[in-house]
Design a protein around this ligand. Structure first.
Ligand SMILES: NC(=O)c1ccc[n+]([C@@H]2O[C@H](COP(=O)([O-])OP(=O)(O)OC[C@H]3O[C@@H](n4cnc5c(N)ncnc54)[C@H](O)[C@@H]3O)[C@@H](O)[C@H]2O)c1
Length: 326
């Protein structure tokens, strides 16, 4: 297949570029390199394009047609919850305009299949195992833009113009190779690795939740598993019509204290975490149900937390050594 990957120079996108090229697909990356790095895409071709810019849809449509692309995976987006609260207009503009441009381009070039990057942030208030029928009430502008993109794709798929899946990732971490790792310090695993590397004490917000050890429980999925889910879903889309949201997680919960223990053991650190009071809005337990994707595509996550943590540490060390001033 010939696949266009928007945001392919980013963290999850580059792992998916790698997975598709490894199995022999042809890949073209569409990215403005705003947070991405061209060094992550290897020998894949790059179309340097800001998808939220004027006329991006027409420009991309010509490129897709010229290259006879069969499918698009749309990762390109802004993804920071804190930034989306400060600049909601920017988030609505970039995330929606980019998705509209992709849909316009696919229509122009008659490309039939779309995989959209969505997020567990579309669910909002959750406590426990979540399947795709859970109400979608995002708690921040980032999650709201992801839901709006899903809604748009759903309407276009219902019109018969394309077949699509929106993949709702839970907590993505790890790296397939150190140079492909995430370079932001935003999720728990990255924050704890950064703190222990600096000799700082990791903080646990709340140890009195209704969970086995009292700390919050989340679902951490290795980015290489997230990439292979895209490959499985692309193949499945060939056999179906319409639009389907699908959770991407492990189906297993891990507590904050467990995550810190695994990281401390892997880093040989004996710094003990400090307990602080609960943060407003942190649910006790958020774990993905993954029955739907397993049933439809046969995909399930294969990496355990130890592998996810160890590859995150390697990526952190690689990036710290390559870019000591951050
Ligand atoms: N990383 C996570 O934990 C996570 C969780 C849930 C959902 N997601 C979603 O997955 C997708 C990829 O996330 P990531 O972690 O790889 O982020 P990332 O920032 O590493 O990658 C995003 C890529 O998109 C490109 N990009 C951004 N805006 C663009 C634009 N207007 N035009 C062209 N290219 C543009 C960036 O240069 C970058 O290469 C996003 O849609 C994000 O919302 C990520």
């Amino acid at each position: 297949m010939r696949i266009a990957i928007t945001g392919g120079a980013g963290y999850i996108g580059s792992h998916t570029v790698d997975a598709l090229m490894t199995r022999g697909d042809e890949v073209v990356v569409v990215d403005d390199l705003s947070t991405g790095d061209v060094a992550r895409i290897g020998t894949a071709e790059l179309i340097d394009l800001d998808l939220a810019s004027d006329r991006a849809g027409a420009t991309l449509g010509r490129q897709l047609r010229d290259r006879r692309v069969d499918a698009v995976i749309h990762f390109a987006a802004l993804k920071r919850v804190d930034e989306s609260i400060e600049s909601p207009g920017l988030y609505y503009h970039v995330n929606l305009a980019s998705t509209l441009a992709v849909i316009d381009a696919m229509r122009d070039a008659a490309v039939p299949s779309l995989v959209l990057s969505s997020s567990a942030a579309v669910y909002g208030e959750v406590d426990g195992m979540v399947d795709e029928s859970h109400p979608t009430r995002p708690l921040n502008p980032y999650g709201a833009t992801k839901l709006a993109c899903e809604t748009l794709v759903d309407a276009v798929a219902r019109s018969g113009a394309l077949r699509a899946a929106s993949l709702r990732y839970f907590n993505v971490a790890g790296a397939g190779r150190p140079e492909l790792g995430d370079r932001t310090i935003v999720n728990l695993i990255a924050i704890v690795i950064d703190q222990l590397s600096r000799g700082e004490t990791p903080l646990v917000f709340g140890d009195d939740y209704e969970t086995p050890d009292g700390s919050c429980v989340r679902d951490y999925v290795h980015v290489a598993d997230v990439a292979s889910a895209h490959v499985a879903v692309l193949d499945w889309l060939e056999t179906t019509t319409g639009h389907r949201p699908l959770n991407i997680g492990t189906g297993r919960g891990t507590s904050v204290l467990e995550v810190i223990d695994v990281i401390s053991a892997a880093m040989g650190s004996d710094i003990k975490p400090a307990i602080r009071s609960r943060r407003v809005g942190d649910p006790a337990n958020v774990v993905s149900r993954v029955d739907a994707i397993a049933r439809l595509t046969g995909w399930s996550a294969t990496y355990d937390l130890d592998a996810t943590v160890r590859s995150s540490i390697e990526a952190y060390r690689w990036w710290s050594a390559s870019s000591p001033v951050r």
